[in-house]
Design a protein around this ligand. Structure first.
Ligand code: F6P
Length: 321
């Protein structure tokens, strides 16, 4: 193996740049050449490759987004498109690839491995929805960004004795909502994986106001419903001065936190070492703080297990009976 490629795919996540930097520096340290593949799998098929030197990844560890750019490219599910991608890699003398992205990106990494280009997947998504890992690159920054936003929302909510229903991202996964909700002292956290009771949340909010609380916060995962829909539900159970707020893409931006920089760096470094040991078709994850690997194929059979103790803790603190 002489030359490796690296790409970021799907929704960008803070810390992706730190991972690209770690891959580049580790690979160069081991005498490899590194090519950045721009615009994810779309750029792979188009042959949009740029050589990366250590200078190119200088001053990138602190940057949000992905300087390699990203794309959603469902066309890569087609075998002919995958073959075109593999041909581009061979044409450029690239023997192996590291893919940073979410679930969909792993399909691409596995396809390349099967076509003879060893590929390793790193979990890069704010959603934290990937099986066999308790952490994905970007999850911590997105949680922190959403928490900071809710802190600001609370200032105005308190000034007007209002309830704010805040939608956070996460697709079908409630991890971001649970973490942000707990960190924001939410009166209610609503996630797709667990049943919820709007009436009970309304009672908690009413009780809070009756006890002298001057605001209410309910965090609703986007995978359940919109903040506006939840607001309408809530108003059936009380005469609240309620507002709906959607944090949306601002959660994906910003300089990565220490956790995201450190974990992305460890994962990037680990991925290169896996390739150096001739491995491919593997996904890197983290369990109990330790890096792990699983066959990408196994991930497709599995479901991500969130830490539902976060919800249990919040429920115990907010329930009235
Ligand atoms: O997967 C990351 C994510 O930000 C999800 O939380 C969200 O549902 C989706 O991407 C938004 O996708 P897009 O940026 O394509 O609108």
């Amino acid at each position: 193996m002489k030359r490796i490629g690296i790409l970021t795919s799907g929704g960008d996540a803070p810390g992706m740049n730190a991972a690209v930097r770690a891959v580049t520096k580790t690979a160069i340290h081991h005498g490899l050449e590194v090519f950045g593949i721009r615009y994810g799998f779309a750029g792979l098929v188009a042959g949009d490759f740029i050589p990366l030197t250590t200078a190119d990844v200088d001053h990138k560890i602190n940057l949000g987004g992905t300087f390699l750019y990203s794309a959603r490219f469902p066309e890569f599910a087609q075998e002919e498109v995958q073959k075109k991608g593999a041909e581009q890699l061979r044409k450029h003398g690239i023997d192996a690839v590291i893919v940073i992205g979410g679930d969909g990106s792993y399909h691409g990494a596995l396809a390349l491995t099967r076509l003879g280009i060893n590929s390793i997947g790193l979990p890069g998504t704010i959603d934290n929805d990937i099986p066999y890992t308790e952490y994905t690159i970007g999850y911590d920054t997105a949680s922190t960004t959403a928490m900071d936003a809710i802190d600001k929302i609370r200032d105005t909510a308190s000034s007007h004795h209002r309830v704010f229903i805040v939608n956070v991202m996460g697709r079908g996964c409630g991890d971001l909502a649970m973490r942000v909700g707990l960190a924001s002292g939410a009166d209610g956290i609503v996630i797709p994986e667990r049943p919820y009771d709007v009436k009970k949340i309304a009672e908690t909010l009413k009780h809070g106001f009756a006890e002298g609380k001057d605001h209410g916060i309910v965090v609703v995962a986007e995978g359940v419903m919109t903040a506006e829909e939840f607001r309408e539900e809530l108003l059936k159970y009380g005469d609240f001065d309620a507002r709906a707020n959607v944090l949306a893409h601002m959660q994906r931006g910003g300089s990565p936190t220490v956790e995201d920089r450190v974990n992305a760096t460890k994962m990037g470094n680990y991925a290169v070492n896996l390739l150096l040991n001739g491995k491919g078709g593997l996904a890197v994850g983290m369990e109990h703080g330790e890096l792990n690997t699983h066959d990408i194929l196994d991930l497709f059979e599995a479901k991500h297990q969130g830490d539902f103790t976060l919800l249990d803790v919040n429920d115990e603190m907010t329930k009235l009976d």
